[in-house]
Design a protein around this ligand. Sequence first.
Ligand SMILES: NC(=O)c1ccc[n+]([C@@H]2O[C@H](COP(=O)([O-])OP(=O)(O)OC[C@H]3O[C@@H](n4cnc5c(N)ncnc54)[C@H](OP(=O)(O)O)[C@@H]3O)[C@@H](O)[C@H]2O)c1
Length: 292
Amino acid sequence: MATSAPLIGVTGSTGQLGGRVAARFAAQGQPQRLLVRDLARAPQIPGAQIVQASYEDGPSMRAALDGIQILFLVSGYGPGRLEHHYSAIDAAVAAGVERIVYTSFLATAPQATFTHAREHYLTEQHIRASGKRYTFLRPTFYLDRAPRWFSPEGVIKGPAGNGTISWVSRDNLADVTIAVLTTNGHDGASYEITGAQALTLAEAAEQFSRATGLPASYQPETLEEARASRARFNPTDWELEAWVSTYVAIATGEMSVISHTVQALTGHAPQTLADYLHQHPESYQHVTVTRL
Ligand SMILES: NC(=O)c1ccc[n+]([C@@H]2O[C@H](COP(=O)([O-])OP(=O)(O)OC[C@H]3O[C@@H](n4cnc5c(N)ncnc54)[C@H](OP(=O)(O)O)[C@@H]3O)[C@@H](O)[C@H]2O)c1
């Protein structure tokens, strides 16, 4: 914990990551104000102030951030989110917030292969231009979602070639977030946040099989096959390009990073795929192939 405890504005607490951060803060007695879109869905967090605000509604954000020193800004979702992020950042500047900690993404760049990483890059640029103190959290894809990469038949399909990925859990990311928000020395830092093992999807399938006793495999696809195999879910173009480029970013090596951030900032090793599957058998209930 920091020597003094500034009031922290926490966004996204109705979601998975922000909810974990808010619960950890409550357990620590850290003063916090939760900014939620819908008061009726605000989590029951002892001691937290709760206010309504939406990123795209600048006046609501400006009012909700009054008196806040540090803003934890969870990235939004959907094709309009870049403008929503800009609106939230501008409101933070207007409200006099001193420091912004933003959940970005690994390998952000103007031409990043994973299409969402381009929006994160532009959001980071907007925060840099604000002149505020900042820290960027750059996690890779969530380990919690990795079991869902397997189809009911136990197959991961995608144009990932032989590239590798080092998934990180939301719990590990939440622990890093708490460390960054409550200790000093993170200004201007961009933390890559990954697990400790980079796996090809074939290796991930082997680990999945070993941990679950279910047959699993990786079936590489071409770009055309990937787009076609996902068309039955009727994704928007924004969703489809993000989905397919997730795998292409693995093929290019952009997701091969192994960082030491979890260990360095939390003092414990990151969860592995096997750990996660052992701890969360519910995460692969959708895989219905016959046991080996
Ligand atoms: N999928 C991945 O592997 C992955 C990996 C790294 C990072 N991320 C990013 O990390 C973010 C957080 O992850 P998560 O698991 O916590 O997601 P989540 O459970 O969907 O939570 C997102 C939170 O952000 C809030 N939010 C979204 N748009 C908002 C807006 N315009 N104004 C105010 N609040 C808004 C949501 O509020 P409501 O409850 O009102 O919707 C919700 O509380 C995701 O949004 C995603 O961009 C994802």
